[in-house]
Every structure is written in C-alpha cells, then in structure tokens.
Ligand binder design. Structure first.
Ligand code: CMC
Length: 428
C-alpha cells in the first residue's frame, strides 16, 4: 500500500480523492471502493481493468511473459520442483524443507481414497457422459460426505478440506474416465507418486498391473505443475465469489470446475485437438487462418491469445519443450497433427493480424498435443487441467477465508425499462 492518491473530477462537483495502492510488483491500483458513497459505480465488463482482491500467491506480467508463484519463476519450478512441492508452495507460501515435504506428501496420500458410496453417484450418470460433467457433480457431492471439514471458520477444517481436494481429485478424475469406458474403478496405490498414481488409476485394470513409463510420469507431473495456478482467472474468481458467500470448499471447487469447462478457458485444450483434426491437412491451414481473422465468423484459433499475456505464455514455452521431449521419447514424431500444429504456430506468429493483436500460442496449444501423445482421451484434457488447478483454487479460497472478506456483489449499469405499471392480461 502507498499514500499516493488520485483525484476524480466530475463536472459540477468537487474532486473525489481516491487512494492509489502499490503492490510488491505490478502497476499501481486505484482504490474505487469509496465511490459508492458518491452514488457512482465503475463499469468494466469482463474485469479488464479491475482487481477484485489482494493476493500474495501468483504474479503475472503479461507484457513480459512472466509468471511467478510465491515469487518463484514458473520455468524454475518446472525444471527443479514437482507438482506436490509446488502445491505446498502455493498453499503454505514457501518451499518446504525435506521434512515438511515428506509430511505433506504423506498427508495427501492419507486422503487419496474416496468414500465407497461415491460409486453410486457415478452409476447414476449415462455411460456417454462427458467426464467434466461427472466431475462437476461428484466434487460438489463431496460436501455430502465429509462433514468434518465443512466448518469454514475452523482453520483445521479448512486445511483438511484442502488436503482432501488435492488428494481425491486424481481418484475422482480417473473414476470419471473408467466409468465412461465401462472398466472397473481402480483404487489409488499410495506407494506411487501423485502423477504415477493418477496414470495407474487411468490405465491400470484389476487384471493387469501397469508399469508407468517414467517419461510419461514426468510429463504428467509437468502438466499438473504448469496448470497449478494462474491468479484471478475465470474459474479462480468463480471459486472466490462462491466462497465469499460462505459456501463450503467442495461446493466452491465444483463451481470452479464448471467455469473451467468453457472453451475460452480450460476447455481450450480439448478444442485445440478438435480444431487440428478439423483442419486435417497442412494445405487447409490458410483457410482456417482466414476464418479466424474474419469478424463475421465466430471461429477463433484455439490455443491462441490470452487476456493477460500479450507475449509468449511462459507456460507454453515449457510445455512446448516437454511436448518435443515426449514425442521424441515415445517415437511419435510421426503424429499427423504435429506438422499441422507446427505450421499453424509459424504462420500465426508471422501473420500481421496475430502480431498486431499480440495473439501468441497459450499453454493449451501444446498441452493438448502432449496429452494426446500420452494416450489420454480428448474428453479428459480439461479434467486434467482441473486436477492440476485444484491447488490454485483452494489456495485462493484459503487466502480469502483466512483474512477479513466481504461477500462479492458486483453492481451493474442498468439499461432496462423505466418503472411502469402492471397491465392486466386482457389489456395487453
Ligand atoms: N483467434 C482469432 N482472433 C482472436 C483470438 C483467437 N484465438 N483471440 C483473440 N482474438 C481477437 C479478438 O477477435 C479481438 O479482436 P478485435 O480487437 O478486432 O475485436 C482481439 O483479438 C482481442 O481479443 P478479446 O476477445 O478481446 O480477448 P479476451 O482477453 O477477451 O479473450 C481469450 C482471451 C483467451 C478468451 C481469447 O484469446 C480466445 O478466445 N482464445 C482462444 C481460446 C483459448 O485458447 N483459450 C485458452 C486460454 S489459456 C488457458 C486458460 O487460462 O484457460
């Protein structure tokens, strides 16, 4: 915070003094909270220029392509950390020492199983249900099972809810997949690492023990880590807004999952693969680029553009390297979608429309390619984003609930009818 102020001059009125806050990084933030007492509101559809909260978790500089979690650059975390260590960092504020890391991992492992009765919920879904539809439902349903972690005013309850959500998401996600293909659910095996366990529950069967390739495990861990948090995006803001009413953490995360599902947000990784398949051949790329630039065509190049990044998404850079390594290791350089993706990327990076609008490939452009190489079905892509992002959602919820907060209640610019009198039906 700083003692700088700005003055708002409205014709015919005295100036209104507005405090200017300074964060540890980033531009100054004009505090407009007091405008209401002057009977004024601000108007900012899509929250393009509005900070909805204070947060000490993640920092993004979209112009420079910088992403820091608790101050640590994403590139360093991707190179040296792992998903669970990054979860600890996001939740607790600092990197753990060796003992704290072991204890945290153990605590997560204690919660990997889900209540056996949850299986009945799965059975209620149609077999062809999208796994994201199932996930929205079953995560919300956790609040019907874990009554001992619902008291949001109790710090211990909040912690247990956080551990439960991080631990149970891979189990619930893999169960959604198993249900959709008609295979038996697999129980978690706690001697495995977080990513290994998820792959075991996805691809193992009671008849066959799968031994997971370490390259695939590492790639899955990186995908989870790179999606772990991204400050006040649509789903995280949804979690905060839901939580601000005092809703329980499981209900808040279910709301976040619903917000993530849209193709402008987490659903983009699935949409990238559908788009590459629809393009089908390098010779058709120009046609799709033309469509993306056409104002009268709703088509957008999926995996390109970002509200905050006006430069290369730093997660995309790491993901691109990981994609190259995975495809090399698995001998899948012949994947037919790869040349289309590479050519699309080159053309978009050289095209004046994309350059002028600063539309760079985002994390979802490459994550879809790796997930496809890992044999993950397309319908599970956004589910995996949700598994990775759970720690971000719960860290933001935790941060909000642990400090004084108010219910989130945006105002509006009303453009409807003036007051009018009710007309009896026979006179209409
Ligand atoms: N293809 C073609 N044109 C685009 C694209 C695109 N992918 N993205 C933005 N534009 C144009 C848009 O039409 C607009 O043009 P104009 O100024 O002439 O009206 C301009 O660029 C600015 O776009 P915007 O819609 O105002 O930007 P936004 O910040 O509201 O939307 C976005 C950001 C990510 C929703 C959008 O870029 C998009 O739809 N991208 C494709 C979907 C996608 O890849 N989403 C994943 C985002 S990264 C993962 C995550 O955080 O979930």
């Amino acid at each position: 915070m700083s003692d700088k102020t700005a003055h708002l001059q409205i014709k015919g009125q005295g100036p209104i003094e507005l405090p200017l806050h300074q964060g540890t990084l980033g531009p100054d933030v004009l505090d407009i909270a007091g405008l209401g007492k002057h009977n004024l509101f601000t108007y900012d559809p899509g929250f393009v220029s509005t900070a909805s909260c204070q947060s000490a978790i993640t920092y993004i500089d979209g112009e420079k392509g910088v992403l820091l979690h608790r101050g640590y650059p994403i590139e360093q975390l991707a190179a040296h950390s792992d998903y669970l260590e990054t979860c600890y960092l996001l939740l607790c504020g600092n990197l753990p020492n060796a003992q704290q890391k072991t204890e945290f991992e153990q605590r997560i492992k204690n919660h990997t199983m889900v209540h056996e009765q949850m299986i009945s919920f799965y059975r209620g879904f149609r077999a062809d249900a999208h796994p994201m539809a199932i996930l929205c439902g079953v995560v919300g349903a956790l609040s019907a099972f874990y009554h001992d972690s619902l008291d949001i005013s109790n710090a211990e309850h909040r912690d247990i809810a956080a551990y439960r959500l991080i631990a149970k998401m891979p189990t619930l996600a893999a169960m959604s997949y198993k249900y959709s293909i008609g295979q038996p659910f697999m129980y978690p095996v706690n001697k495995l690492s977080y990513a290994e366990n998820f792959l075991h529950m996805m691809f193992g069967t009671p008849c066959d023990e799968v031994s997971v390739n370490p390259v695939i495990t590492k790639a899955m861990d990186s995908i989870l880590l790179l999606h772990a948090d991204h400050e006040q995006n649509a789903s995280t803001s949804t979690v905060r807004l839901t939580g601000s009413s005092g809703a329980n953490p499981f209900a808040c995360i279910a709301a976040g999952i619903a917000a993530l599902w849209g193709p402008s947000h987490g659903g983009a990784n699935e949409a990238v693969i559908s788009m590459l398949q629809e393009i089908g051949d390098e010779s058709r790329i120009n046609e799709f680029i033309k469509r993306a630039k056409d104002k009268n065509d709703p088509f957008r190049l999926m995996g390109f553009g970002h509200r905050v990044y006006k430069n290369f998404d730093p997660r995309a850079k790491v993901m691109k390297e990981a994609a190259d390594a995975v495809l090399r290791e698995l001998g899948m350089e012949n994947n037919p979608l790869l040349p289309i993706a590479k050519k699309l990327e080159t053309i978009a990076l050289e095209d004046s429309y994309f350059i002028e609008k600063k539309l760079y490939p985002n994390v979802d452009f490459y994550s879809g390619i790796i997930l496809q190489a890992l044999n993950i079905p397309t319908s599970m892509f956004t589910v995996i984003f949700a598994v990775g992002r759970t720690v971000g959602w719960i860290s933001h919820w935790h941060e909000m609930i642990s400090h004084p907060y108010r219910i989130g209640r945006p105002r509006q610019l009303y453009v409807g009818e003036m007051q009018r009198d009710y007309v009896p039906i026979e006179q209409r």
